[in-house]
Design a protein around this ligand. Structure first.
Ligand code: DAH
Length: 384
């Protein structure tokens, strides 16, 4: 990784890098200081402001915490088991063995409770290794809300005689509060449904789905904060006297839907034809501008033998490391097991397309050539 003219978060990452562990490619490092949720009239910032406007006035809004967090904050403090998949290097960006780019804004729950906050919403950029397509990007944005209550006070003011009554009241308060937020973000009549869900840091847990253009859309996860999380945040005594609820909500997909933006990568475009369309907090409908032509290239290879030697995310990310945002799409178009050797082959089709210019064949060939060399060197595969 190169330091270049890196911003403060990139500097923080670079200062902590353990080269033998770090799996953050340059194109992701280049995004860590972007803070689209605080960027003027960017659609992500407008969705954030619409949520903030719907929160109770007492809510403390936190939107400038560094995405560089410890594995303790991101996973341990929330009760993720030691062998949970989301801890793996194929899912999470590690800076060193104890420091990651946060995978969710829940990473700040315990820290903010320790700082004395009882009613807050934290907005931030979050990072996950993922495939490449129009709805997946390794950087996206979340809102995380927490509301704590003193049990005795709650029982007295709402006449709640038992733990069960407190639990039922909390559930109703959580669902009512979140409905208010979602209804104010989506214009018009809304049909919603609650499904039971599972998170290690809440119990019980739910997800809220919204019916939008005839499809059920998952908008948020939430639940009653797990007592162990309260104990870590408040200390054992105060935790016994407290209860609370929490939720986490993704901003990017809401922005895509409400502004009619067909591709997440447009959020990261530097093209003025994108940014000039957003000059207020209105939910204006995005007007597509002409795309430059696509160029397709295929690559096929035999995977290394042995479990865990190769993960498809490794290929997606290697492609992104080399092609950056010039890769519109990577699709696994063929998978084949050799009848004699038992070796597995993958064939990927890569769509190279720029948001800013027409790519020449020579240039696309040179990218594809680099990718072919890199898959052999970095992934240990054998080209076919
Ligand atoms: N952190 C979860 C995620 O990224 C979302 C979430 C679920 C946050 C439940 C919460 C919660 O605070 O209570 O998928």
């Amino acid at each position: 990784m190169e330091s270049g003219a890196a911003g403060p978060v990139a500097q923080e990452v670079l200062a902590a890098v353990d080269k033998s562990v770090c799996n953050i490619p340059d194109n992701v490092l280049a995004k860590v200081d972007a803070k689209l949720h605080n960027a003027g009239f960017h659609p992500i910032a407008t969705i954030k402001e619409r949520i903030v406007a719907a929160l109770p006035a007492e809510t403390v809004v936190v939107d400038a915490l560094s995405p560089v967090v410890s594995t303790a904050a991101n996973f341990d403090s929330l009760g993720f088991p030691a062998d949970h998949v989301s801890r793996s290097k194929s899912d999470t960006y590690y800076i060193n063995s104890e420091t990651v780019l946060r995978t969710h804004t829940s990473a700040h729950q315990v820290e903010l409770m320790r700082a004395g906050h009882r009613q807050y919403a934290v907005f931030g950029d979050v990072y996950r290794r993922d495939e490449i397509d129009a709805s997946h990007y390794p950087v996206f944005h979340q809102a995380e809300g927490v509301q704590l209550f003193d049990k005795e006070q709650l029982a007295a003011t709402h006449d709640l005689g038992s733990e069960a009554a407190i639990g039922a009241w909390l559930e109703a308060d959580l669902k009512g509060s979140l409905l208010k937020v979602v209804e104010s973000v989506f214009p018009g009549e809304l049909e919603v449904r609650w499904n039971e869900d599972y998170f290690p840091f809440t119990h019980p847990s739910w997800e809220l789905e919204v019916l939008y253009n005839d499809a059920w859309l998952e908008t948020l996860g939430c639940g009653i904060i797990h007592p162990d999380v309260l104990t870590r945040g408040l200390g054992a005594d105060a935790a016994k006297r407290s209860v609370g609820w929490a939720y986490g909500l993704g901003l990017d997909r809401l922005a895509m839907i409400l502004f009619n933006i067909p591709d997440v990568r447009l959020f990261w475009s530097t093209d003025e034809r994108f940014h000039n369309q957003f000059t207020s907090r209105e939910l204006v409908q995005f007007k597509p501008y002409s795309k430059y032509p696509p160029s397709y290239r295929d690559v096929s290879f035999w995977l290394p033998a042995g479990d865990g030697a190769y993960h498809v995310n490794d290929f997606y990310e290697l492609a992104r490391t080399i092609g950056g945002d010039l890769i519109e799409d990577v699709a696994l178009i063929d998978e084949f097991t050799h009848p004699k050797t038992g070796l597995v082959s993958h064939c990927f089709r890569i769509n190279y397309r720029s948001h800013d210019e027409t790519l020449t064949n020579e240039f696309v060939d040179s990218l594809q050539h680099k990718l072919r060399i890199a898959v052999v060197a970095d992934l240990g595969v054998e080209l076919r």
